[in-house]
Design a protein around this ligand. Structure first.
Ligand code: IMP
Ligand code: MG
Length: 189
C-alpha cells in the first residue's frame, strides 16, 4: 500500500518574497542596532501575539544587552485578509512599564490601525520611551500614519504568510515570507 505524503505548507506558496537567510541577516542587523541604542537602558520588548513570535525569538537573541519580554494579544482578522479596523485587547501586558524603555516588536505594519491603538494604550501607562520595530512594512495600505524606528523590509501590497504571519491560523511555521496561491483562498470560501 502506498504511503500518503502529508501536505506541506510550502506547497501552497506561489512566490517567496523574503527568503529565510535574508530575514536572518536583517534580524541580526536590527538586533545590533537595538543593542547599541538601548545599552544601559531598562529595555522591555513588548510583542503582539501571535504573529510576531518568530521575529521576537530571533531578534532578542540578536540583541545582546539585558532586556525583558512582555506580551499583548489583540483581536485579529480571523480568516479574513482585510482588517475590520476594530481593535480589541484580548490579553494585556503582565507587568507595569512605567518609566521603562519600551520597544514594540511586531510582524507587519499594514493599515496601522492595530499598532496605533496598541501604542496609545501603552503610552497611557507612562513608559520612559516607546519605539516601534516591525519586520515588514506595507506602506501602500497605510490609513493611520505611524513612525517606524526599526524596519526590516518594505513589501508590496500583497497578503503574505510565513515567519509568523498566518492565513486562517496556518502557514505561521514557514521559514520565509511568501504569497499564497490564489486557489488557497478559493478552497476556503
Ligand atoms: P493593521 O492594523 O492593518 O496594520 O494590521 C496589522 C495586523 O494585521 C498584523 O499584525 C497582522 O496580524 C495582520 N496582517 C496585516 N497584513 C497581513 C498580511 O499580509 N498577512 C498576514 N497578516 C497580516
Ligand atoms: Mg500580528
Amino acid at each position: 500500500m502506498a504511503l500518503m505524503t502529508p501536505a506541506r505548507p510550502a506547497d501552497d506558496i506561489a512566490e517567496i518574497l523574503v527568503k529565510a537567510d535574508v530575514i536572518a541577516a536583517k534580524v541580526k542587523e536590527l538586533g545590533v542596532r537595538i543593542a547599541a541604542d538601548y545599552q544601559g537602558k531598562d529595555l522591555v520588548l513588548v510583542s503582539i501575539l501571535k504573529g510576531a513570535l518568530p521575529f521576537l525569538a530571533d531578534l532578542m537573541r540578536a540583541t545582546q544587552i539585558p532586556l525583558a519580554l512582555d506580551f499583548l494579544e489583540v483581536s485579529s482578522y480571523g480568516a479574513e485578509t482585510e482588517s475590520t479596523g476594530v481593535v480589541r485587547i484580548l490579553k494585556d501586558i503582565a507587568k507595569p512599564i512605567e518609566a521603562r524603555d519600551v520597544l514594540v516588536v511586531e510582524d507587519i505594519l499594514d493599515t496601522g490601525q492595530t499598532l496605533s491603538y496598541v501604542i496609545e494604550h501603552l503610552r497611557a501607562q507612562r513608559p520612559a520611551s516607546i519605539r516601534l520595530c516591525v519586520l515588514l512594512d506595507k506602506p501602500a495600505r497605510r490609513v493611520v500614519p505611524i513612525e517606524i524606528d526599526y524596519r526590516g523590509f518594505e513589501i508590496p501590497d500583497k497578503f503574505v504568510v510565513g515567519y509568523g504571519l498566518d492565513y486562517a491560523e496556518r502557514y505561521r511555521n514557514l521559514p520565509f515570507v511568501g504569497v499564497l496561491k490564489p486557489e488557497v483562498y478559493a478552497r476556503e470560501s
